[in-house]
Design a protein around this ligand. Structure first.
Ligand SMILES: [Zn+2]
Length: 581
């Protein structure tokens, strides 16, 4: 086998393994990352690798999942033993699975914003349960409030991107704004059965009556009269606020907010056009009507959502009773409180409008976009979600929990680079020759290769950069080891410079005198590095030239500073987002 054939085989293996992990679709970035990780020398020829990987991925993704698994089974059986589906570990069984011909779950966001860490729980649990039982996972856009919770076109796409990033692919997709006729149909049936009526009362008047358990005058009118009012409602004869279709409940229901709840109302379609269907409809369903009808029509078997929906379930159960439907099994999990992260969507969107944030990937936010930009991995988020699971008790997690989960994933694979934010020049005497230093890309993984830094010496003097922070260590008389370079003894240390002499060369010698290890850079040929911190503060500094070879999205470790995701690269410039230490 030639070297290029061997590489192609290796690319195919990586693509197949990645594909079976992602429901049959390999992802180019991951495959390229794996190849370059195993063959650092190929980083210089990464465009060739890209072409090869793209060809291999086309082949692999054209195969069915079963076929991909068969190839792995035949060629690399040892890999299948390694790749146990970890997603399924730890999820308690769903109740009443036998009652349904198929397990169907859904995630149903309002596309008026992007998803945040709290939403990830509903997405991941609903998706992973569907997969666990070989069922169907539905993405349903609940976009039926063009007035107060108005959808915007970009959020449909951004939510899809969030789901893909979480590795939660969906089998069916719906827009509620395409389904108004279905809600109208059910509304009419409810009216005919005298289970719903058109209420013309002022909302304040109705509220007062409901609170005291009394019926409003509209409740007693006949089904025929209600049907006539319904036609008028659809025909545009009521203005916004003049009529609402209410579903009958017990008037003495213990929760006044459940009593004769509103199901559809009139919205001024000219003033509040819908981003998808414009001004086509004036009568729009409220949340419980649309959600309740769709959960039935889409044959949802298990609803997995937060316990703030318990009252909504009580409302929707009236619909199910009147229309002769069976309510799905509903699992209501407790609140997830993340210390130091404000997950309020309304506050966030207001601050966005006010320009506090430039966009929803601002590192101060708890959106999935922001976490992604900072190099938090979807595996870490899944780990945290599995930790809290679908349990009904409230749970509290901290950023540190998320960071710890993420560190476990990225620490073994992140390439290491030197970065210094506040450089101080260190002149070291006694260095006879310029040299090229080869430093392992990862201290625990020699197979990841080395990076090179050229260090110049002139007239026995070598000028380097160290971090101002390290002046605390590099005090006169101290012996300090510059990682992978040599050991120096500090002669003088001023606020902006250090002079030192060569002490010895090897790590063993530094250990003898317990010299602390610090990182460093040559004085010349570094690249500019901007680090965007979680506070949105920007730190400008210098990094070793090899940083510019990183690809966007790669998570690296800036030695003794922390992990960061590469956000952009240009000639001699790299911008990264800080993840955590
Ligand atoms: Zn009324």
């Amino acid at each position: 086998m030639t070297a290029s054939e061997a590489l192609e085989t290796e690319a195919k293996k990586a693509a197949l393994l990645n594909a079976v992990k992602h429901e049959g679709k390999a992802e180019a970035g991951a495959v390229i990352g794996r190849l370059l990780g195993a063959h650092p020398e190929l980083r210089q020829k990464s465009s060739g690798v890209r072409v090869l990987v793209s060809k291999v991925i086309d082949e692999v993704n054209a195969m069915s999942l079963a076929c991909q698994e068969k190839v792995i089974q035949e060629s690399w059986p040892e890999e299948l033993a390694k790749e146990k589906p970890k997603a399924e570990r730890g999820l308690p069984p769903l109740p009443n699975v036998d009652r349904y011909p198929k397990i169907v779950t859904r995630f149903s966001p309002n596309p008026d914003s992007v998803l945040h860490l709290g939403n990830a729980r509903a997405v991941i649990l609903s998706h992973d349960y569907a997969r666990k039982y070989g069922g169907t996972f539905i993405l349903r856009f609940e976009d039926t409030d063009p007035r107060l919770k108005k959808a915007a076109l970009q959020y449909y796409d951004l939510i899809r991107a969030d789901l893909k990033w979480l590795e939660c692919s969906w089998d069916e997709e719906y827009y509620q704004s395409d389904r108004l006729e279905l809600y109208y149909h059910c509304a009419e049936e409810l009216i005919r059965k005298e289970c719903a009526y058109i209420c013309e009362c002022e909302s304040e008047d109705f509220k007062q009556l409901a609170e005291s358990g009394r019926a409003c005058p509209c409740r007693a009118i006949t089904a025929d009269e209600n049907l006539a009012r319904w036609k008028e409602m659809l025909g545009g004869e009521y203005e916004e606020g003049e009529a609402v279709l209410r579903v009958k409940t017990e008037l003495d229901h213990p929760n006044p907010a459940v009593r004769d709840w509103p199901a559809l109302r009139v919205i001024d379609a000219k003033k509040y056009p819908h981003p998808r269907v414009g001004s086509k409809y004036r009568v729009w369903p409220l949340y419980n009507m649309a959600c309740g009808v769709d959960d039935h029509l889409m044959r949802i078997s298990h609803i997995i959502r937060g316990k703030e929906h318990l009252t909504n379930m009580e409302r929707q159960k009236y619909l199910y009773k009147y229309l002769g439907w069976q309510y799905p099994d509903a699992i209501h999990y407790g609140r997830l409180h993340v210390v130091g992260m404000d997950l309020s969507k309304s506050k966030m969107m207001r601050a966005l409008d006010e320009g506090v944030y430039k966009d929803l990937s601002d590192p101060r936010l708890g959106t999935l976009m922001a976490l992604r930009r900072r190099g938090i991995t979807p595996q870490a988020i899944r780990g945290v979600v599995y930790e809290v699971g679908p349990r009904p008790v409230d749970a509290t997690i901290s950023w540190e929990n998320l960071y710890a989960a993420n560190r476990k994933i990225i620490d073994p694979i992140a390439r290491r680079f030197f970065f210094i934010d506040k450089p101080v020049v260190a002149s070291v005497s006694g260095v006879e020759n310029s040299r090229m230093v080869e430093i392992p890309v990862h201290p625990d993984h020699p197979e990841m290769g080395t990076r090179e830094i050229t260090v110049d010496a002139k007239d026995g003097i070598c000028r380097l950069l160290i971090s101002r922070e390290d002046l605390k260590i590099a005090k006169p008389g101290a012996v300090v080891r510059l990682i992978e370079l040599f050991n120096l003894r500090v002669v003088q240390a001023g606020p902006d410079s250090v002079s030192a002499e060569l002490h010895s060369e090897t790590y063993a010698e530094s250990k003898k005198v317990s010299a602390p290890l610090i990182h460093w850079l040559p004085e010349q040929r570094n690249c500019g590095v901007t680090v965007v911190m979680p506070t949105a503060e920007r730190i400008d500094g210098l990094g070793e030239p090899a940083l510019t070879n990183c690809h966007v999205d790669e998570v690296v470790q800036l030695v003794r500073f922390g992990f960061a995701r590469v956000d952009a690269t240009a000639q001699n410039l790299v911008a990264v987002y800080f993840a955590h230490q």
